[in-house]
Design a protein around this ligand. Sequence first.
Ligand code: DLZ
Length: 201
Amino acid sequence: MSPLKGPGEAQTHDSSKLRIAIVHARWNTIIISALVAGARKSLLQSGVKEENIVIQNVPGSYELPLAVQRMYASSQLESSNTITSATSAVTDLLSSASLTDLTPPEQTEKDPPKPSNAPLIQPFSAIIAIGVLIKGETMHFEYIADATSHGLMRVQLDLGVPVIFGLLTVLNEEQGMARAGLGGGGHCHGEDWGGRRWSWG
Ligand code: DLZ
């Protein structure tokens, strides 16, 4: 039976053509490392190819929204540069060639085989933002948690791309460790963010 709490049964999708970014904060490294490893593990299990997972880091959670925005923009640029250079190569060929030039040249050397693990050059299908905020004695926690949450929602809506909310806002280290699967009987929430109990589609 499905548990009462949680996203329910996942549909199955082909994830082999997805390109996914993970961007994580460096604060609270032990917890972060477990969450990132969990997210990566689930992505691989759900069929995302290793070469199509890009992982970057930023100092703290407050930097996550801007990092998501920049990473997505650079993946778009990379992808459009590839399309532009392929298109201009064809245009160059057509503008300089006479019809006879368009006869395919005899193959003298065997084309080198394309590596099967070449990464996809396309904008990210989704970005997983991971951070761990641990409450201290002042209001700092509340301000960063609020700004980061709103920032991540804003970039998600602005970009029109799923931004997975991997921000733990915990009251102490023990709560963080438990939610990273590092004790206290909890499971690693990073696995959920990578699609363990739901599916990319
Ligand atoms: C400054 C700060 C503090 C006190 N705590 C955390 C935290 O628990 N988790 C986290 O990800 N980042 C923390 N930071 C750093 C801020 O997110 C941010 O990097 C700095 O304020 C610089 O902008």
